[in-house]
Design a protein around this ligand. Structure first.
Ligand code: DO4
Ligand code: MG
Length: 278
């Protein structure tokens, strides 16, 4: 089942039919005892809603914080080592890739998150910027993974590469995070064969595209959540981005007007246009 947050409230989709969800607080919806069972009952007892098509799809977030894991794919480890070579940071990335404790960092508040179809931003003081396509977990307040969405961890590689201590500035700024188009609510973990695809279009033509699968993710989603929730409480749950396995070549940087499409097949496609400035 797919759960959408829209300008008309929440909808659940199954088999191509949309049902309106009679709960207008997103936080109340995702923190209830059993979201999967609740949505199954909506599908079983509800009437098909005709007004989904007229609704604007919003980022599927209430007051949750967004956190992110880093260097969870070999490709990210190598790119990070290369970009921070002259700053002497390379060794840290190699070590965190194989360490027991993962790299986890604060990524975004809800107010900085871009929804599907809206703009993501590149920083006005950054010269080397990329999207990071990431499977993103929705976790309830009890630390259970209740769904999956598509995430874009927009990153300024020049700022991060200059000094690893600049990571928060490379990662956290207005519209540096996109989530959507929906939450795939399932009780099953996603198979490791699940593909993650990134396409960047410039003036309508492909400027970069690549694909990876969850088989390349070095850590399990459950182990990342376990670290995130150690000594940390999230009263309305949290999102956790699981890291990128796709990094464009060093010669590539995003430009204003680029369109970023990230597809994770059982969830859908998250598409955003890039702007620099406000
Ligand atoms: O350590 C820097 C962040 C890496 C990251 O965001 C990723 O691997 O996805
Ligand atoms: Mg990332």
């Amino acid at each position: 089942m797919k759960l959408f947050c829209t300008s008309n409230g929440a909808y659940v989709e199954q088999g191509g039919t949309y049902f309106s969800v009679a709960e207008n607080s997103w936080d109340a919806l995702v923190t209830q005892d059993d979201l999967h069972a609740f949505l199954q009952a909506v599908v079983a007892n509800g009437e098909a809603a005709a007004d989904f098509a007229s609704a604007q799809i919003l980022a599927p977030i209430g007051t949750q914080e967004v956190w992110a894991a880093g260097v969870t794919y070999y490709r990210s480890r190598s790119a990070r080592m290369e970009e921070s070579k002259s700053a002497g940071g390379g060794d840290f990335y190699d070590r965190v890739y194989s360490a027991e404790r993962p790299e986890l960092f604060f990524k975004s508040t809800a107010s900085r998150v871009a929804g599907p179809g809206s703009h993501v931003r590149i920083r006005s003081d950054a010269k080397w910027n990329v999207p990071e396509p990431e499977l993103t977990l929705l976790i309830n307040q009890r630390g259970q993974i209740i769904g999956y969405t598509v995430g874009n961890d927009m990153s300024s590689r020049d700022i991060e590469g200059e000094n690893p201590l600049y990571l928060p500035q490379a990662k956290v700024y207005d519209r540096s995070c996109a989530l959507g188009p929906c939450i795939l609510v399932t009780t099953e973990p996603l198979p490791t064969t699940t593909p993650i695809r990134l396409e960047i279009l410039r003036k309508g033509t492909a400027a970069f595209s690549a694909e990876t699968t969850l088989a390349e993710l070095k850590r399990t989603p459950v182990s990342l959540v376990e670290y995130l929730f150690r000594d940390n409480s999230f009263p309305t749950g949290a999102f956790l981005m699981t890291g990128t396995g796709i990094v464009p070549p060093d010669s590539f940087t995003l430009a204003s007007g680029d369109r970023i499409r990230i597809t994770i097949d059982p969830i859908g496609t998250l598409e955003n246009e890039v702007i620099q400035g406000n």
